[in-house]
Write a protein that binds this ligand. Structure first.
Ligand code: DNO
Length: 356
Protein backbone atom coordinates (compact mmCIF):
# COMPACT_ATOMS: atom_id res chain seq x y z
CA UNK A 1 0.00 0.00 0.00
CA UNK A 2 1.62 3.21 -1.18
CA UNK A 3 -0.12 5.95 0.81
CA UNK A 4 -0.94 9.22 -0.95
CA UNK A 5 -2.98 12.36 -0.36
CA UNK A 6 -4.95 14.39 -2.88
CA UNK A 7 -3.94 18.02 -3.17
CA UNK A 8 -5.43 20.66 -5.48
CA UNK A 9 -2.36 22.82 -6.01
CA UNK A 10 -0.96 26.14 -4.84
CA UNK A 11 -3.61 28.79 -4.37
CA UNK A 12 -6.33 26.23 -4.99
CA UNK A 13 -6.36 24.30 -1.71
CA UNK A 14 -6.67 25.23 1.96
CA UNK A 15 -4.23 22.44 2.81
CA UNK A 16 -0.48 22.91 2.28
CA UNK A 17 2.24 20.42 1.43
CA UNK A 18 3.99 21.39 4.67
CA UNK A 19 0.94 20.12 6.55
CA UNK A 20 0.62 16.93 4.51
CA UNK A 21 4.28 16.22 5.22
CA UNK A 22 3.34 15.76 8.88
CA UNK A 23 0.86 12.96 8.22
CA UNK A 24 2.83 9.82 8.98
CA UNK A 25 3.70 7.47 6.15
CA UNK A 26 2.40 9.62 3.30
CA UNK A 27 4.62 9.04 0.30
CA UNK A 28 2.98 10.78 -2.59
CA UNK A 29 0.70 13.57 -3.70
CA UNK A 30 -2.19 12.84 -6.02
CA UNK A 31 -2.20 15.90 -8.23
CA UNK A 32 -3.56 17.47 -11.38
CA UNK A 33 -3.34 20.67 -13.36
CA UNK A 34 -6.73 21.70 -12.06
CA UNK A 35 -6.81 24.92 -14.05
CA UNK A 36 -6.77 23.07 -17.39
CA UNK A 37 -10.19 22.67 -18.96
CA UNK A 38 -11.04 19.17 -20.21
CA UNK A 39 -9.70 18.55 -23.70
CA UNK A 40 -6.65 20.82 -23.54
CA UNK A 41 -3.14 19.30 -23.81
CA UNK A 42 -1.09 19.29 -20.60
CA UNK A 43 2.18 20.85 -21.74
CA UNK A 44 5.55 19.59 -20.58
CA UNK A 45 6.66 22.84 -18.94
CA UNK A 46 3.50 23.05 -16.83
CA UNK A 47 3.79 19.42 -15.81
CA UNK A 48 7.44 19.87 -14.88
CA UNK A 49 6.77 22.94 -12.79
CA UNK A 50 4.10 21.25 -10.71
CA UNK A 51 6.07 18.04 -10.31
CA UNK A 52 9.24 19.88 -9.30
CA UNK A 53 7.34 21.78 -6.64
CA UNK A 54 5.71 18.66 -5.18
CA UNK A 55 8.95 16.64 -5.37
CA UNK A 56 10.78 19.39 -3.49
CA UNK A 57 8.81 18.31 -0.41
CA UNK A 58 10.01 14.72 -0.84
CA UNK A 59 6.69 13.44 -2.22
CA UNK A 60 6.37 11.34 -5.35
CA UNK A 61 4.03 12.45 -8.13
CA UNK A 62 3.21 9.02 -9.61
CA UNK A 63 -0.57 9.49 -9.64
CA UNK A 64 -2.62 12.08 -11.50
CA UNK A 65 -6.32 12.55 -10.71
CA UNK A 66 -7.81 13.37 -13.11
CA UNK A 67 -7.08 14.05 -16.73
CA UNK A 68 -10.69 14.83 -17.55
CA UNK A 69 -12.31 13.46 -20.67
CA UNK A 70 -13.94 16.02 -22.95
CA UNK A 71 -17.73 15.70 -23.37
CA UNK A 72 -17.28 15.24 -27.15
CA UNK A 73 -15.52 11.94 -26.47
CA UNK A 74 -18.32 10.76 -24.19
CA UNK A 75 -20.91 11.93 -26.70
CA UNK A 76 -18.98 10.39 -29.59
CA UNK A 77 -19.48 13.44 -31.79
CA UNK A 78 -17.50 14.73 -34.77
CA UNK A 79 -14.92 16.58 -32.67
CA UNK A 80 -13.94 13.58 -30.59
CA UNK A 81 -10.91 12.55 -32.65
CA UNK A 82 -9.19 15.86 -32.08
CA UNK A 83 -9.84 15.65 -28.34
CA UNK A 84 -8.57 12.06 -28.26
CA UNK A 85 -5.36 13.19 -29.97
CA UNK A 86 -4.98 15.87 -27.28
CA UNK A 87 -5.56 13.28 -24.58
CA UNK A 88 -2.85 11.06 -26.08
CA UNK A 89 -0.45 13.99 -26.07
CA UNK A 90 -1.13 14.59 -22.37
CA UNK A 91 -0.51 10.90 -21.64
CA UNK A 92 2.83 10.98 -23.48
CA UNK A 93 3.87 14.17 -21.73
CA UNK A 94 2.96 12.81 -18.30
CA UNK A 95 4.80 9.56 -19.07
CA UNK A 96 7.95 11.53 -19.79
CA UNK A 97 7.90 12.85 -16.24
CA UNK A 98 7.48 9.42 -14.67
CA UNK A 99 3.74 9.45 -13.98
CA UNK A 100 2.52 5.87 -13.45
CA UNK A 101 -1.26 6.15 -13.05
CA UNK A 102 -3.92 8.40 -14.54
CA UNK A 103 -7.29 8.34 -12.84
CA UNK A 104 -10.21 9.45 -15.02
CA UNK A 105 -13.95 8.97 -15.23
CA UNK A 106 -16.55 8.61 -17.93
CA UNK A 107 -19.58 10.22 -16.27
CA UNK A 108 -21.77 12.36 -18.54
CA UNK A 109 -21.85 16.06 -17.60
CA UNK A 110 -21.55 15.72 -13.83
CA UNK A 111 -18.69 14.20 -11.93
CA UNK A 112 -19.55 13.17 -8.36
CA UNK A 113 -22.88 14.47 -7.17
CA UNK A 114 -24.18 15.43 -3.75
CA UNK A 115 -27.19 17.46 -2.66
CA UNK A 116 -25.53 19.00 0.40
CA UNK A 117 -21.93 19.86 1.05
CA UNK A 118 -22.10 20.56 4.78
CA UNK A 119 -24.73 18.26 6.23
CA UNK A 120 -24.65 18.18 10.06
CA UNK A 121 -23.72 14.89 11.68
CA UNK A 122 -24.58 13.83 15.22
CA UNK A 123 -21.03 14.39 16.43
CA UNK A 124 -21.22 18.09 15.56
CA UNK A 125 -19.18 17.86 12.38
CA UNK A 126 -20.52 18.22 8.83
CA UNK A 127 -20.14 16.01 5.78
CA UNK A 128 -21.26 15.53 2.20
CA UNK A 129 -24.77 14.20 1.79
CA UNK A 130 -26.86 12.71 -1.02
CA UNK A 131 -30.63 12.88 -0.84
CA UNK A 132 -32.02 10.53 -3.42
CA UNK A 133 -35.54 11.89 -3.73
CA UNK A 134 -34.20 15.41 -4.05
CA UNK A 135 -32.16 14.40 -7.09
CA UNK A 136 -35.11 12.49 -8.51
CA UNK A 137 -37.30 15.59 -8.32
CA UNK A 138 -34.85 18.38 -8.89
CA UNK A 139 -34.04 20.33 -11.99
CA UNK A 140 -30.29 19.86 -12.47
CA UNK A 141 -29.91 23.64 -12.91
CA UNK A 142 -31.19 24.07 -9.36
CA UNK A 143 -28.63 21.65 -8.03
CA UNK A 144 -25.84 23.43 -9.83
CA UNK A 145 -26.95 26.64 -8.15
CA UNK A 146 -27.09 25.11 -4.66
CA UNK A 147 -23.72 23.50 -5.07
CA UNK A 148 -21.99 26.59 -6.39
CA UNK A 149 -23.46 28.78 -3.67
CA UNK A 150 -22.32 26.50 -0.87
CA UNK A 151 -18.61 26.73 -1.50
CA UNK A 152 -16.20 29.21 -3.02
CA UNK A 153 -14.03 26.44 -4.34
CA UNK A 154 -15.68 24.69 -7.25
CA UNK A 155 -15.98 20.93 -7.01
CA UNK A 156 -13.94 18.97 -9.52
CA UNK A 157 -16.19 18.10 -12.39
CA UNK A 158 -18.45 21.05 -11.61
CA UNK A 159 -16.31 23.64 -13.29
CA UNK A 160 -18.18 26.84 -14.20
CA UNK A 161 -17.35 26.50 -17.94
CA UNK A 162 -18.97 23.08 -18.05
CA UNK A 163 -21.95 24.13 -15.96
CA UNK A 164 -22.61 27.12 -18.21
CA UNK A 165 -23.30 24.73 -21.10
CA UNK A 166 -25.50 22.39 -19.13
CA UNK A 167 -28.72 22.88 -21.14
CA UNK A 168 -26.99 22.23 -24.43
CA UNK A 169 -25.26 19.16 -23.01
CA UNK A 170 -28.52 17.66 -21.75
CA UNK A 171 -29.92 18.06 -25.25
CA UNK A 172 -26.94 16.27 -26.78
CA UNK A 173 -27.18 13.37 -24.33
CA UNK A 174 -30.72 12.62 -25.48
CA UNK A 175 -29.06 10.62 -28.26
CA UNK A 176 -26.76 8.67 -25.91
CA UNK A 177 -28.05 5.70 -23.97
CA UNK A 178 -25.95 3.27 -21.94
CA UNK A 179 -25.11 1.15 -24.94
CA UNK A 180 -23.92 4.13 -26.91
CA UNK A 181 -21.87 5.38 -23.97
CA UNK A 182 -20.17 1.99 -23.74
CA UNK A 183 -19.39 2.17 -27.45
CA UNK A 184 -17.88 5.61 -27.00
CA UNK A 185 -15.81 4.42 -24.04
CA UNK A 186 -14.55 1.43 -26.04
CA UNK A 187 -13.60 3.71 -28.94
CA UNK A 188 -11.68 5.99 -26.57
CA UNK A 189 -9.91 3.11 -24.79
CA UNK A 190 -8.87 1.39 -27.99
CA UNK A 191 -7.26 4.64 -29.08
CA UNK A 192 -5.50 5.62 -25.88
CA UNK A 193 -4.46 2.31 -24.27
CA UNK A 194 -1.58 1.58 -26.68
CA UNK A 195 -0.29 5.11 -26.02
CA UNK A 196 -0.56 4.60 -22.25
CA UNK A 197 1.25 1.26 -22.50
CA UNK A 198 4.09 2.84 -24.44
CA UNK A 199 4.29 5.68 -21.89
CA UNK A 200 4.45 3.25 -18.93
CA UNK A 201 1.12 4.52 -17.59
CA UNK A 202 -1.88 2.65 -16.25
CA UNK A 203 -5.24 4.25 -16.85
CA UNK A 204 -7.54 3.81 -13.85
CA UNK A 205 -11.22 4.47 -14.49
CA UNK A 206 -13.13 5.85 -11.51
CA UNK A 207 -16.60 4.48 -10.79
CA UNK A 208 -19.62 6.71 -11.21
CA UNK A 209 -20.63 8.46 -8.03
CA UNK A 210 -23.32 7.65 -7.07
CA UNK A 211 -23.23 4.42 -9.09
CA UNK A 212 -26.58 4.80 -10.85
CA UNK A 213 -28.24 7.03 -13.38
CA UNK A 214 -29.09 10.56 -12.21
CA UNK A 215 -31.20 13.15 -14.07
CA UNK A 216 -31.89 10.53 -16.73
CA UNK A 217 -28.26 10.52 -17.85
CA UNK A 218 -26.61 7.18 -18.54
CA UNK A 219 -24.01 5.97 -16.05
CA UNK A 220 -22.07 2.81 -16.77
CA UNK A 221 -19.26 2.23 -14.26
CA UNK A 222 -21.52 1.08 -11.49
CA UNK A 223 -20.59 -2.43 -10.33
CA UNK A 224 -18.97 -5.77 -11.06
CA UNK A 225 -20.75 -6.10 -14.35
CA UNK A 226 -19.05 -2.90 -15.53
CA UNK A 227 -15.63 -4.27 -14.66
CA UNK A 228 -16.29 -7.40 -16.67
CA UNK A 229 -17.34 -5.29 -19.64
CA UNK A 230 -14.21 -3.15 -19.33
CA UNK A 231 -12.00 -6.23 -19.33
CA UNK A 232 -13.85 -7.51 -22.38
CA UNK A 233 -13.07 -4.25 -24.19
CA UNK A 234 -9.37 -4.64 -23.55
CA UNK A 235 -7.30 -6.94 -21.43
CA UNK A 236 -4.35 -4.56 -21.60
CA UNK A 237 -2.55 -4.03 -18.28
CA UNK A 238 -3.01 -0.31 -18.98
CA UNK A 239 -6.80 -0.76 -18.74
CA UNK A 240 -7.05 -0.41 -14.97
CA UNK A 241 -9.60 0.63 -12.36
CA UNK A 242 -9.69 2.99 -9.41
CA UNK A 243 -11.15 0.93 -6.60
CA UNK A 244 -13.34 3.49 -4.83
CA UNK A 245 -15.13 2.02 -1.84
CA UNK A 246 -17.33 5.05 -1.23
CA UNK A 247 -18.48 5.56 -4.80
CA UNK A 248 -19.26 2.02 -5.82
CA UNK A 249 -20.23 1.13 -2.27
CA UNK A 250 -23.01 3.75 -2.24
CA UNK A 251 -25.10 1.04 -3.87
CA UNK A 252 -25.53 -1.57 -1.12
CA UNK A 253 -25.73 -4.32 -3.76
CA UNK A 254 -22.02 -3.79 -4.37
CA UNK A 255 -20.11 -5.82 -1.81
CA UNK A 256 -16.84 -3.91 -1.68
CA UNK A 257 -14.91 -6.70 0.03
CA UNK A 258 -15.82 -9.09 -2.79
CA UNK A 259 -15.07 -6.42 -5.37
CA UNK A 260 -11.66 -5.78 -3.78
CA UNK A 261 -11.03 -9.51 -3.77
CA UNK A 262 -11.76 -9.85 -7.46
CA UNK A 263 -10.47 -6.58 -8.85
CA UNK A 264 -7.71 -5.18 -6.61
CA UNK A 265 -5.12 -6.74 -8.89
CA UNK A 266 -6.52 -4.69 -11.76
CA UNK A 267 -6.69 -1.52 -9.66
CA UNK A 268 -3.42 0.38 -9.51
CA UNK A 269 -5.14 3.02 -7.37
CA UNK A 270 -7.64 2.85 -4.49
CA UNK A 271 -9.78 5.46 -2.77
CA UNK A 272 -10.78 4.24 0.65
CA UNK A 273 -13.61 5.92 2.53
CA UNK A 274 -16.88 5.12 4.23
CA UNK A 275 -20.50 6.15 3.68
CA UNK A 276 -23.60 5.43 5.69
CA UNK A 277 -26.49 4.37 3.49
CA UNK A 278 -30.07 4.74 4.68
CA UNK A 279 -33.01 2.54 3.70
CA UNK A 280 -34.44 5.17 1.37
CA UNK A 281 -31.16 5.27 -0.58
CA UNK A 282 -29.90 8.53 0.91
CA UNK A 283 -26.34 8.43 2.10
CA UNK A 284 -24.06 10.55 4.17
CA UNK A 285 -20.31 10.48 4.28
CA UNK A 286 -18.75 9.54 7.60
CA UNK A 287 -15.33 9.09 9.12
CA UNK A 288 -13.29 6.27 7.61
CA UNK A 289 -13.89 4.11 10.70
CA UNK A 290 -15.75 0.90 9.75
CA UNK A 291 -18.18 1.20 12.68
CA UNK A 292 -19.37 4.63 11.53
CA UNK A 293 -20.62 3.67 8.08
CA UNK A 294 -22.12 0.91 5.95
CA UNK A 295 -18.93 -0.17 4.22
CA UNK A 296 -16.64 -2.82 5.61
CA UNK A 297 -13.46 -0.76 5.39
CA UNK A 298 -11.51 -3.16 7.58
CA UNK A 299 -12.61 -6.03 5.34
CA UNK A 300 -11.44 -4.16 2.25
CA UNK A 301 -8.05 -3.40 3.80
CA UNK A 302 -7.77 -7.06 4.94
CA UNK A 303 -8.35 -8.09 1.34
CA UNK A 304 -5.74 -5.66 0.01
CA UNK A 305 -3.30 -6.89 2.64
CA UNK A 306 -3.94 -10.53 1.75
CA UNK A 307 -3.02 -9.70 -1.83
CA UNK A 308 0.11 -7.77 -0.78
CA UNK A 309 -1.41 -4.81 -2.53
CA UNK A 310 1.31 -2.48 -3.75
CA UNK A 311 -0.97 0.00 -5.48
CA UNK A 312 -1.48 3.63 -4.53
CA UNK A 313 -4.05 4.31 -1.84
CA UNK A 314 -5.58 7.54 -0.66
CA UNK A 315 -8.10 8.44 1.99
CA UNK A 316 -11.07 10.09 0.41
CA UNK A 317 -13.72 12.59 1.42
CA UNK A 318 -13.59 13.39 5.08
CA UNK A 319 -15.95 15.12 7.44
CA UNK A 320 -15.32 18.78 8.22
CA UNK A 321 -14.16 18.66 11.82
CA UNK A 322 -12.65 20.88 14.51
CA UNK A 323 -13.95 23.98 12.75
CA UNK A 324 -11.87 23.48 9.65
CA UNK A 325 -12.84 25.63 6.66
CA UNK A 326 -11.94 23.73 3.51
CA UNK A 327 -13.04 22.33 0.20
CA UNK A 328 -16.08 20.12 0.68
CA UNK A 329 -14.75 16.68 1.63
CA UNK A 330 -11.14 17.69 1.22
CA UNK A 331 -9.99 19.07 4.55
CA UNK A 332 -6.81 18.08 6.29
CA UNK A 333 -7.96 16.70 9.62
CA UNK A 334 -10.42 13.96 8.85
CA UNK A 335 -8.44 12.65 5.92
CA UNK A 336 -5.34 12.53 8.15
CA UNK A 337 -7.34 10.52 10.68
CA UNK A 338 -8.42 8.28 7.80
CA UNK A 339 -4.81 7.64 6.84
CA UNK A 340 -3.91 6.68 10.38
CA UNK A 341 -6.83 4.26 10.53
CA UNK A 342 -5.72 2.63 7.26
CA UNK A 343 -2.12 2.37 8.48
CA UNK A 344 -3.36 0.91 11.76
CA UNK A 345 -5.40 -1.76 10.05
CA UNK A 346 -2.54 -2.62 7.72
CA UNK A 347 -0.02 -2.92 10.56
CA UNK A 348 -2.39 -5.09 12.58
CA UNK A 349 -2.87 -7.46 9.63
CA UNK A 350 0.87 -7.49 9.12
CA UNK A 351 1.49 -8.50 12.74
CA UNK A 352 -1.13 -11.19 12.48
CA UNK A 353 0.60 -12.59 9.42
CA UNK A 354 3.97 -12.65 11.19
CA UNK A 355 2.43 -14.54 14.10
CA UNK A 356 1.08 -17.38 11.93
C1 DNO B 1 -14.44 12.99 -5.81
C2 DNO B 1 -13.52 12.25 -6.65
C3 DNO B 1 -13.89 12.37 -8.11
C4 DNO B 1 -12.79 11.76 -8.93
C5 DNO B 1 -13.08 11.73 -10.38
C6 DNO B 1 -12.06 10.87 -11.08
O1 DNO B 1 -14.05 13.49 -4.83
O2 DNO B 1 -13.40 10.95 -6.24
O3 DNO B 1 -14.00 13.71 -8.44
O4 DNO B 1 -11.63 12.49 -8.76
O5 DNO B 1 -14.31 11.27 -10.64
O6 DNO B 1 -12.03 11.22 -12.41
Amino acid sequence: MNMTFRWYGRGNDTVTLEQIKQIPGTKGIVWALHQKPAGVVWEKEEIKEEIDYINSFGFHTDVVESVNVHESIKLGNAERDQYIENYKESIRNLGEFGVKVICYNFMPIFDWTRTEMFHPLEDGSTALFFEKTKVENLDPQELVKTVSESSDLSLPGWEPERMARIGELFEAYKEVDEEKLWENLAYFLNEILPVAEAAGIKMAIHPDDPPYSIFGLPRIITGEFSYEKLIAISDSAANGFTLCTGSMGANPDNDMVQIAKKYASRSPFSHIRNVKIYENGNFTETSHYTTDGSIDIKGVVAELHKQNYEGYVRPDHGRHIWGEVCRPGYGLYDRALGIMYLHGLWDAYETKKEEV
